[in-house]
Design a protein around this ligand. Sequence first.
Ligand SMILES: [Zn+2]
Length: 242
Amino acid sequence: MHSSTLDLRIASIFVILFGASVFGLLTLRFRSADAVFPRLLRAFSGGIILALALVHIIPEAVADLNSLMHFPIGGCTILFGIISLCVTAYTMELGCIFHSVIIGVGVGVITQDRQLVTTLMIALAIHQGLEALALGSVLALTSFSLPKKVVMLLLYSMTTPIGIAVGIAISSSYDPESITSRAVQGTLNGVSGGMLLYIAMFQLIAEEFSREDMLVRPGLRLGMYGALCAGAAVMCILGIWS
Ligand SMILES: [Zn+2]
């Protein structure tokens, strides 16, 4: 019974692909810098990316890397991620890619526990849907052409499914606890965590919350604060599974 979950793992490839592309493509419509809903959406995205960096990615990088040597190398990779940025939409996609692939691999290697694969399928469809939503809300504001935005989102939506396919292929030999796995995962997580932390704090949260009308529109400010907290809270809850 080596592959008793194979059907579910294959199903999860399509469920997650669908969840991410739908959420991502829907948010591309909200291109206005000033309308209320897109601003709330970007505050929500800020919360998602902030919690993604601080709850999902950075703790894992620090744990993986600091177990390898007597030097806090984990912090150095995060530092490197923060100071290596140039263009938001690209770096944000780059920052999200590695974690998305690795959570897919995590599902792809589960050979026996059908309940776990089902739970992860749902959790990761939401996880990837929210990240695609955040990416879409940032892409919507760029001057990229619509086909380019759509391609970037679809490529992003394929990351976790590709991870699952890789996981299925290597499920007999993969060891996430080996020194090589920890070094590679830790470094890529650290750099992406630093990039996402910077994007969340400066390019989403600071930019949206420091606009001049925030002082004279308490309702908007409260709504955006609520959206920021909601985005962060959902990603914290998803941290249970991914
Ligand atoms: Zn995650």
